[in-house]
Design a protein around this ligand. Structure first.
Ligand code: PEP
Ligand code: MN
Length: 332
Protein backbone atom coordinates (compact mmCIF):
# COMPACT_ATOMS: atom_id res chain seq x y z
CA UNK A 1 0.00 0.00 0.00
CA UNK A 2 1.32 3.44 -0.93
CA UNK A 3 -0.12 6.39 0.98
CA UNK A 4 0.40 9.79 -0.55
CA UNK A 5 0.02 12.54 2.04
CA UNK A 6 -1.27 16.01 1.26
CA UNK A 7 1.43 18.67 1.11
CA UNK A 8 2.44 20.52 3.16
CA UNK A 9 2.29 17.48 5.40
CA UNK A 10 0.52 17.59 8.73
CA UNK A 11 3.39 16.06 10.70
CA UNK A 12 1.42 15.54 13.90
CA UNK A 13 -1.14 13.28 12.24
CA UNK A 14 1.38 11.67 9.89
CA UNK A 15 3.59 10.78 12.87
CA UNK A 16 0.57 9.21 14.58
CA UNK A 17 -0.01 7.06 11.49
CA UNK A 18 3.67 6.03 11.41
CA UNK A 19 3.51 5.11 15.09
CA UNK A 20 0.49 2.89 14.50
CA UNK A 21 2.19 1.12 11.62
CA UNK A 22 5.24 0.52 13.79
CA UNK A 23 3.15 -0.89 16.62
CA UNK A 24 1.47 -3.27 14.16
CA UNK A 25 4.94 -4.49 13.01
CA UNK A 26 4.25 -3.33 9.46
CA UNK A 27 7.29 -2.81 7.31
CA UNK A 28 7.65 0.24 5.18
CA UNK A 29 9.48 3.39 4.32
CA UNK A 30 8.72 7.07 4.04
CA UNK A 31 9.86 8.76 0.82
CA UNK A 32 9.05 12.48 0.46
CA UNK A 33 5.30 12.61 1.08
CA UNK A 34 4.75 8.91 0.30
CA UNK A 35 4.52 6.18 2.90
CA UNK A 36 5.07 2.75 1.39
CA UNK A 37 3.86 -0.12 3.53
CA UNK A 38 5.16 -3.34 2.04
CA UNK A 39 2.96 -5.84 3.83
CA UNK A 40 -0.44 -4.14 3.73
CA UNK A 41 -2.95 -3.46 1.00
CA UNK A 42 -5.72 -2.17 3.26
CA UNK A 43 -5.98 -0.19 6.47
CA UNK A 44 -8.96 1.48 8.17
CA UNK A 45 -8.12 5.13 8.71
CA UNK A 46 -10.11 7.41 11.01
CA UNK A 47 -11.60 10.61 9.57
CA UNK A 48 -8.80 12.58 11.24
CA UNK A 49 -6.16 10.42 9.53
CA UNK A 50 -7.99 10.40 6.21
CA UNK A 51 -8.00 14.23 6.22
CA UNK A 52 -4.21 14.34 5.66
CA UNK A 53 -4.19 11.69 2.92
CA UNK A 54 -4.27 12.71 -0.72
CA UNK A 55 -4.39 9.26 -2.29
CA UNK A 56 -4.02 5.58 -1.44
CA UNK A 57 -2.68 3.08 -3.94
CA UNK A 58 -4.05 -0.17 -2.58
CA UNK A 59 -2.67 -2.82 -4.86
CA UNK A 60 1.02 -2.74 -5.27
CA UNK A 61 3.57 -5.49 -5.71
CA UNK A 62 5.68 -6.64 -2.79
CA UNK A 63 8.71 -5.22 -4.58
CA UNK A 64 7.43 -1.72 -3.83
CA UNK A 65 10.61 0.34 -4.30
CA UNK A 66 11.60 -1.50 -7.47
CA UNK A 67 8.20 -0.99 -9.01
CA UNK A 68 7.14 1.58 -11.59
CA UNK A 69 4.25 2.47 -9.30
CA UNK A 70 6.78 3.91 -6.89
CA UNK A 71 9.00 5.43 -9.58
CA UNK A 72 7.37 5.80 -13.01
CA UNK A 73 10.49 7.07 -14.77
CA UNK A 74 13.42 4.81 -15.74
CA UNK A 75 16.37 4.58 -13.38
CA UNK A 76 19.52 5.75 -15.11
CA UNK A 77 22.72 4.50 -13.51
CA UNK A 78 25.74 6.73 -14.01
CA UNK A 79 29.23 5.28 -13.90
CA UNK A 80 32.57 6.76 -14.98
CA UNK A 81 32.01 5.85 -18.63
CA UNK A 82 28.32 5.05 -18.93
CA UNK A 83 24.74 6.01 -18.42
CA UNK A 84 22.84 2.73 -18.11
CA UNK A 85 19.05 2.61 -18.57
CA UNK A 86 16.49 4.88 -20.20
CA UNK A 87 17.14 5.24 -23.92
CA UNK A 88 20.82 4.36 -23.53
CA UNK A 89 22.15 1.10 -24.90
CA UNK A 90 25.09 -0.32 -22.98
CA UNK A 91 27.32 -3.07 -24.27
CA UNK A 92 29.23 -5.09 -21.66
CA UNK A 93 31.58 -7.79 -22.89
CA UNK A 94 34.68 -9.78 -22.16
CA UNK A 95 35.73 -13.31 -21.31
CA UNK A 96 33.84 -15.58 -18.96
CA UNK A 97 36.94 -15.67 -16.74
CA UNK A 98 40.03 -13.49 -16.50
CA UNK A 99 42.64 -16.12 -17.41
CA UNK A 100 45.85 -14.10 -17.52
CA UNK A 101 47.09 -10.55 -17.81
CA UNK A 102 47.77 -10.46 -21.55
CA UNK A 103 44.41 -11.86 -22.64
CA UNK A 104 42.38 -9.36 -20.67
CA UNK A 105 44.39 -6.44 -22.05
CA UNK A 106 43.94 -7.73 -25.62
CA UNK A 107 40.24 -8.34 -25.14
CA UNK A 108 39.63 -4.97 -23.50
CA UNK A 109 40.94 -3.25 -26.61
CA UNK A 110 38.98 -5.57 -28.91
CA UNK A 111 35.60 -5.26 -27.17
CA UNK A 112 36.10 -1.51 -26.92
CA UNK A 113 36.75 -1.29 -30.67
CA UNK A 114 33.51 -3.22 -31.26
CA UNK A 115 31.46 -0.77 -29.19
CA UNK A 116 31.56 -2.12 -25.63
CA UNK A 117 31.91 0.41 -22.82
CA UNK A 118 32.11 -2.08 -19.94
CA UNK A 119 34.51 -5.00 -19.69
CA UNK A 120 33.40 -8.19 -17.97
CA UNK A 121 35.48 -11.04 -16.62
CA UNK A 122 35.12 -13.33 -13.65
CA UNK A 123 37.91 -13.47 -11.07
CA UNK A 124 35.88 -15.39 -8.49
CA UNK A 125 34.00 -18.03 -10.47
CA UNK A 126 30.92 -20.05 -9.44
CA UNK A 127 31.74 -23.37 -11.14
CA UNK A 128 29.58 -26.46 -11.20
CA UNK A 129 32.51 -28.67 -10.20
CA UNK A 130 35.11 -27.85 -7.55
CA UNK A 131 37.76 -29.20 -9.93
CA UNK A 132 36.97 -26.60 -12.62
CA UNK A 133 38.99 -23.38 -12.91
CA UNK A 134 37.91 -21.18 -10.01
CA UNK A 135 39.33 -17.86 -11.24
CA UNK A 136 42.48 -15.88 -10.45
CA UNK A 137 40.97 -14.09 -7.45
CA UNK A 138 42.42 -10.69 -6.53
CA UNK A 139 45.17 -11.03 -9.12
CA UNK A 140 42.47 -11.31 -11.81
CA UNK A 141 40.69 -8.25 -10.43
CA UNK A 142 43.90 -6.26 -10.73
CA UNK A 143 44.43 -7.26 -14.37
CA UNK A 144 40.81 -6.46 -15.14
CA UNK A 145 41.02 -3.01 -13.56
CA UNK A 146 44.25 -2.16 -15.36
CA UNK A 147 42.91 -3.34 -18.72
CA UNK A 148 39.73 -1.30 -18.20
CA UNK A 149 41.61 1.87 -17.22
CA UNK A 150 43.92 1.57 -20.18
CA UNK A 151 40.89 1.53 -22.49
CA UNK A 152 38.51 3.90 -20.63
CA UNK A 153 36.06 1.12 -19.80
CA UNK A 154 34.01 0.35 -16.70
CA UNK A 155 34.45 -3.03 -15.00
CA UNK A 156 31.75 -5.57 -14.16
CA UNK A 157 32.74 -8.67 -12.19
CA UNK A 158 31.00 -11.23 -10.03
CA UNK A 159 30.94 -11.14 -6.26
CA UNK A 160 30.07 -14.49 -4.70
CA UNK A 161 30.18 -13.85 -0.98
CA UNK A 162 29.67 -11.16 1.63
CA UNK A 163 33.35 -11.42 2.64
CA UNK A 164 34.47 -10.48 -0.91
CA UNK A 165 32.31 -7.35 -1.22
CA UNK A 166 34.84 -4.93 0.23
CA UNK A 167 37.83 -6.23 -1.75
CA UNK A 168 35.96 -6.47 -5.05
CA UNK A 169 34.56 -2.96 -4.62
CA UNK A 170 38.13 -1.64 -4.74
CA UNK A 171 38.46 -2.95 -8.31
CA UNK A 172 35.04 -2.96 -9.91
CA UNK A 173 32.54 -0.35 -11.07
CA UNK A 174 29.60 -2.78 -11.15
CA UNK A 175 29.00 -5.82 -8.94
CA UNK A 176 27.59 -8.83 -10.73
CA UNK A 177 25.40 -11.11 -8.64
CA UNK A 178 25.37 -14.44 -10.45
CA UNK A 179 22.34 -16.59 -11.14
CA UNK A 180 23.34 -19.03 -8.41
CA UNK A 181 23.38 -16.27 -5.81
CA UNK A 182 20.21 -14.43 -6.78
CA UNK A 183 18.58 -15.40 -3.51
CA UNK A 184 21.67 -15.14 -1.32
CA UNK A 185 19.90 -12.56 0.80
CA UNK A 186 22.91 -11.72 2.97
CA UNK A 187 24.91 -10.95 -0.18
CA UNK A 188 22.06 -8.85 -1.59
CA UNK A 189 21.93 -6.87 1.66
CA UNK A 190 25.70 -6.43 1.65
CA UNK A 191 25.84 -4.96 -1.87
CA UNK A 192 22.74 -2.96 -0.98
CA UNK A 193 24.78 -1.21 1.69
CA UNK A 194 27.35 -0.05 -0.89
CA UNK A 195 26.86 2.72 -3.42
CA UNK A 196 28.13 0.68 -6.40
CA UNK A 197 25.81 -0.40 -9.22
CA UNK A 198 24.65 -4.01 -9.01
CA UNK A 199 23.79 -6.24 -11.98
CA UNK A 200 21.42 -8.87 -10.63
CA UNK A 201 21.21 -11.98 -12.78
CA UNK A 202 18.00 -13.96 -12.78
CA UNK A 203 18.29 -17.23 -10.87
CA UNK A 204 18.31 -20.52 -12.73
CA UNK A 205 14.77 -21.29 -11.67
CA UNK A 206 13.55 -17.95 -10.37
CA UNK A 207 10.13 -16.53 -11.10
CA UNK A 208 9.96 -12.89 -12.16
CA UNK A 209 8.49 -12.01 -8.76
CA UNK A 210 11.35 -13.72 -6.94
CA UNK A 211 13.84 -11.86 -9.12
CA UNK A 212 12.24 -8.48 -8.49
CA UNK A 213 11.99 -9.23 -4.78
CA UNK A 214 15.72 -9.98 -4.84
CA UNK A 215 16.25 -6.53 -6.38
CA UNK A 216 14.08 -5.16 -3.58
CA UNK A 217 16.57 -6.52 -1.02
CA UNK A 218 19.23 -4.31 -2.61
CA UNK A 219 17.21 -1.12 -2.95
CA UNK A 220 15.64 -1.51 0.50
CA UNK A 221 19.17 -1.25 1.95
CA UNK A 222 19.57 2.11 0.21
CA UNK A 223 21.28 1.19 -3.07
CA UNK A 224 18.99 2.06 -5.97
CA UNK A 225 21.60 1.43 -8.68
CA UNK A 226 20.28 -1.95 -9.71
CA UNK A 227 20.10 -3.47 -13.19
CA UNK A 228 18.42 -6.77 -13.95
CA UNK A 229 20.04 -9.33 -16.22
CA UNK A 230 17.96 -11.97 -18.01
CA UNK A 231 20.32 -14.90 -18.68
CA UNK A 232 17.88 -17.70 -19.35
CA UNK A 233 16.17 -20.14 -17.03
CA UNK A 234 16.24 -23.91 -16.69
CA UNK A 235 13.62 -25.88 -18.48
CA UNK A 236 13.06 -29.39 -19.75
CA UNK A 237 14.93 -29.07 -23.04
CA UNK A 238 18.62 -28.21 -22.96
CA UNK A 239 19.44 -30.24 -26.05
CA UNK A 240 20.05 -27.24 -28.28
CA UNK A 241 20.17 -24.25 -25.94
CA UNK A 242 21.75 -24.22 -22.48
CA UNK A 243 18.82 -22.31 -20.99
CA UNK A 244 15.54 -20.81 -22.16
CA UNK A 245 15.95 -17.08 -22.77
CA UNK A 246 12.78 -15.63 -21.30
CA UNK A 247 12.12 -12.83 -23.76
CA UNK A 248 8.71 -12.23 -22.22
CA UNK A 249 10.38 -11.56 -18.86
CA UNK A 250 12.36 -8.73 -20.46
CA UNK A 251 9.12 -7.04 -21.53
CA UNK A 252 7.49 -7.73 -18.14
CA UNK A 253 10.42 -6.31 -16.18
CA UNK A 254 10.52 -3.23 -18.36
CA UNK A 255 6.83 -2.65 -17.71
CA UNK A 256 6.87 -3.49 -14.00
CA UNK A 257 10.15 -2.00 -12.83
CA UNK A 258 12.10 1.20 -13.43
CA UNK A 259 15.46 -0.62 -13.30
CA UNK A 260 17.46 -1.14 -16.52
CA UNK A 261 17.05 -4.57 -18.07
CA UNK A 262 20.04 -6.21 -19.75
CA UNK A 263 20.15 -9.39 -21.83
CA UNK A 264 22.93 -11.96 -21.39
CA UNK A 265 22.34 -14.27 -24.33
CA UNK A 266 25.70 -16.03 -23.84
CA UNK A 267 24.57 -17.99 -20.79
CA UNK A 268 21.10 -18.49 -22.27
CA UNK A 269 22.40 -19.85 -25.56
CA UNK A 270 25.36 -21.91 -24.38
CA UNK A 271 26.52 -22.20 -28.01
CA UNK A 272 28.33 -19.42 -29.85
CA UNK A 273 26.19 -19.62 -33.01
CA UNK A 274 23.00 -18.94 -31.03
CA UNK A 275 24.28 -15.97 -29.00
CA UNK A 276 23.57 -13.33 -31.67
CA UNK A 277 20.00 -14.29 -32.63
CA UNK A 278 19.05 -14.60 -28.96
CA UNK A 279 20.63 -11.22 -28.19
CA UNK A 280 18.62 -9.64 -31.03
CA UNK A 281 15.41 -11.10 -29.62
CA UNK A 282 16.24 -9.66 -26.20
CA UNK A 283 16.96 -6.22 -27.62
CA UNK A 284 13.77 -6.29 -29.70
CA UNK A 285 11.86 -7.10 -26.50
CA UNK A 286 13.23 -3.97 -24.85
CA UNK A 287 16.60 -4.79 -23.30
CA UNK A 288 18.69 -1.67 -22.65
CA UNK A 289 22.00 -3.41 -22.92
CA UNK A 290 23.94 -6.59 -23.60
CA UNK A 291 26.24 -8.75 -21.50
CA UNK A 292 28.22 -10.98 -23.88
CA UNK A 293 31.15 -13.36 -23.43
CA UNK A 294 34.04 -12.77 -25.82
CA UNK A 295 37.33 -14.68 -26.02
CA UNK A 296 40.06 -14.52 -28.63
CA UNK A 297 40.49 -18.32 -28.63
CA UNK A 298 37.08 -19.60 -27.47
CA UNK A 299 37.90 -23.29 -27.80
CA UNK A 300 40.80 -22.85 -25.33
CA UNK A 301 38.76 -20.90 -22.77
CA UNK A 302 39.06 -22.12 -19.17
CA UNK A 303 35.29 -21.71 -18.66
CA UNK A 304 32.23 -21.55 -20.94
CA UNK A 305 34.29 -22.38 -24.04
CA UNK A 306 31.30 -23.34 -26.21
CA UNK A 307 29.46 -20.04 -25.89
CA UNK A 308 32.15 -17.39 -26.20
CA UNK A 309 32.29 -15.28 -29.35
CA UNK A 310 35.42 -14.23 -31.17
CA UNK A 311 35.98 -10.47 -31.35
CA UNK A 312 34.98 -10.58 -35.05
CA UNK A 313 31.66 -12.32 -34.29
CA UNK A 314 31.05 -9.91 -31.44
CA UNK A 315 31.70 -6.88 -33.66
CA UNK A 316 28.94 -7.99 -36.05
CA UNK A 317 26.56 -8.70 -33.19
CA UNK A 318 26.98 -5.21 -31.69
CA UNK A 319 26.42 -3.45 -35.01
CA UNK A 320 23.18 -5.37 -35.61
CA UNK A 321 21.95 -5.10 -32.01
CA UNK A 322 22.40 -1.32 -32.10
CA UNK A 323 20.23 -1.12 -35.21
CA UNK A 324 17.52 -3.16 -33.53
CA UNK A 325 17.72 -1.01 -30.43
CA UNK A 326 17.30 2.12 -32.53
CA UNK A 327 14.07 0.66 -33.92
CA UNK A 328 12.66 0.08 -30.43
CA UNK A 329 13.20 3.65 -29.24
CA UNK A 330 10.01 5.58 -28.53
CA UNK A 331 7.91 2.53 -29.33
CA UNK A 332 6.97 1.60 -25.77
C1 PEP B 1 29.05 -15.57 -15.73
O1 PEP B 1 28.62 -14.43 -16.00
O2 PEP B 1 30.13 -16.02 -16.16
C2 PEP B 1 28.17 -16.49 -14.95
C3 PEP B 1 28.67 -17.42 -14.17
O3 PEP B 1 26.88 -16.24 -15.16
P1 PEP B 1 25.54 -16.85 -14.48
O4 PEP B 1 25.58 -16.45 -13.05
O5 PEP B 1 24.45 -16.17 -15.26
O6 PEP B 1 25.56 -18.34 -14.71
MN1 MN C 1 30.35 -17.62 -18.10
Amino acid sequence: MIIQFKTPMNHVIVDDILEQMKKGHHHGVMSDNHLIIYDLDHFDFTDREASVIEHIEATQPRYALSSRKFQPEDTIIETAHNKIGGDNFTVMAGPCSVENEEMIHRLAAEVKAAGATVIRGGAFKPRTSPYDFQGLGVEGLRYLREAADENDLDVITEVMSVEEVETISEYTDIFQIGARNMQNFDLLKAVGKTDKPVALKRGLAATIDEWLNAAEYIISEGNSKVMLVERGIRSFDSTYTRNILDVGAIAVVKKSSHFPIIVDSSHAAGHADLVAPMAYAGVAAGAQGLLIEVHDHPSQALSDAAQQLTPAQFTKLVAQAKKIHALTENHD
